[in-house]
Design a protein around this ligand. Structure first.
Ligand SMILES: [Zn+2]
Length: 86
């Protein structure tokens, strides 16, 4: 296999840059899609207070699986384990 000519090297470099730009666009699209999936959900703390909060589905695997997380309760003004109200 012969070495690439300077012109081919530039072409290859431009192709690489184009691919990087494409990956950047796709990554941004995916991030936007994930953000759109996060909605305000009704949650309840251990004290029984209910309030709505933003729930990021992919924030943590544990939160997604258990539908519970440790967060601040604005109603009782305390930290507690909160769970989603079905
Ligand atoms: Zn509370």
């Amino acid at each position: 296999m012969s070495a690439l000519s300077p012109r081919d090297q530039i072409a290859a470099l431009l192709l690489l840059l184009a691919l990087l730009a494409l990956v950047a666009v796709i990554t941004r699209r995916l991030a936007g899609a994930i953000t759109q999936q996060s909605t305000n959900v009704l949650v309840r703390c251990r004290e029984g207070h209910t309030f709505t909060t933003r729930w990021l589905p992919y924030a943590t695997v544990t939160a997604m699986r258990l539908r519970a997380r440790y967060d601040y309760c604005p109603v009782g003004r305390h930290w507690s384990l909160i769970t989603q109200v079905q």
